[in-house]
Design a protein around this ligand. Structure first.
Ligand code: ZN
Length: 132
């Protein structure tokens, strides 16, 4: 294993807490990272107050993409959608606890891109969602 991968990333990759799908769900979005072949789908349940009551991710790809999805879901269950809209690149890097080069950054940010596109109700995910 590459030194780049911290133990927490391996753990979330091998034993994700939030892998799966939610049916029914209130929000569902999926996208992929063609540079690496990562694919992430995120399903959310949201209550009348706009709070995420449950969430799951599904997909495949490298350890960084899958671990960041699990860490991100863990961070947003119980949170209002409004706070998810404010999440950015640094929040994901803080969850992962490592610095990443530009290629790996795309892997790490895929789940946030999918999540925000779903929360905003967009037709497609754009990199601008995760640039800040
Ligand atoms: Zn990747």
């Amino acid at each position: 294993m590459d030194d780049l991968y911290r133990e927490v990333i391996i753990e979330h990759y091998k034993n994700p807490t939030y892998r799966g799908q939610l049916n029914p769900h209130d929000i569902s979005f999926a996208d992929n990272n063609p540079l690496c072949g990562d694919h992430i789908q995120i399903d959310l349940r949201v209550d009348a107050e706009g709070t995420v009551t449950d969430a799951r991710f599904d997909g495949h790809g490298c350890a960084i993409s899958q671990a960041s999805a699990d860490l991100l879901i863990e961070a947003i269950v119980g949170k209002p959608l409004e706070s998810i809209k404010r999440l950015g690149k640094q929040d994901v890097l803080d969850l992962l606890g490592i610095d990443l080069g530009p290629v790996r950054l795309k892997c790490a940010l895929l789940s946030l891109k999918v999540l925000k596109a779903g929360v905003y109700g967009l037709g497609e995910a754009s990199d601008e969602l995760v640039e800040e």
